[in-house]
Design a protein around this ligand. Structure first.
Ligand SMILES: Cc1cc2nc3c(=O)[nH]c(=O)nc-3n(C[C@H](O)[C@H](O)[C@H](O)COP(=O)(O)O)c2cc1C
Length: 185
């Protein structure tokens, strides 16, 4: 079974991130994916505190090693992010900055929410994941109040919901493609 990790990017009390993420997870076909939520509000990474450069992979801190394992063991990642001040919230940048090799070629999809469907948050995250050589497969925006309520309830029948299901299929196809890459002799 392919491992799908879904990251909750917001950490504030009363956030809707976990509610939106739960809905995103429910859209993943259980015959394709085993879903695990990585909630940055629960994982509670400190601000990046490793001495060595992430590129060198010498992760000294247990929280870094645990975070690296979660990303390494995933076949694909969905990042669920709100838009804060025309971008994504700081905890997801911190979580990305901790690692390097684990992101390389990792199939990533981005789900943004906000008054404009989190359009700037999605674009900025896409740029950063591309920089760390992740394979950004696509993104979907959920717009207040039509597609997602400010309380986090998503309309199953919205165009965005359909786009997400298509995106999850594309993510799955990408994972199968990666599985079919022949081993180098
Ligand atoms: C600090 C902050 C900045 C925000 N900036 C924006 C913004 O630029 N665009 C937008 O559409 N919504 C913005 N919002 C509204 C959020 O999209 C909305 O509150 C959403 O529920 C936040 O996600 P969360 O509940 O998971 O934290 C902002 C919210 C906060 C807390």
């Amino acid at each position: 079974m392919n491992q799908l990790r879904i990251i909750v990017s917001s950490t504030r009390p009363n956030r809707i991130g976990p509610t939106v993420t739960h809905w995103v997870g429910a859209q993943a076909d259980p015959s394709q994916w085993e879903v695990k939520v990585l909630d940055l509000g629960v994982i509670d990474l400190p601000f990046m505190d490793e001495e060595d450069m992430p590129r060198n992979g010498n992760y000294a801190k247990p929280h870094t090693q645990a975070w690296a394992s979660e990303i390494f063991e995933s076949d694909a990642i969905v990042v669920v992010t709100p838009q804060y001040n025309r971008s994504f919230p700081a905890p997801i940048k911190n979580a990305i900055d901790y690692l390097y090799a684990e992101w390389q070629d990792k199939p990533v999809a981005i789900v943004g929410y906000g008054w404009s469907g989190g359009v700037d948050a999605r674009a900025d995250l896409s740029k950063i994941f591309t920089h760390v050589s992740a394979d950004v497969v696509g993104d979907v925006g959920l717009t207040f109040p039509e597609q997602v309520t400010p309380e986090g309830a998503v309309d199953d029948d919205s165009a965005a919901a359909g786009e997400l299901r298509t995106l999850l299929d594309a993510l799955h196809a990408k994972v199968l493609d990666l599985d079919e890459v022949p081993a180098q002799s």
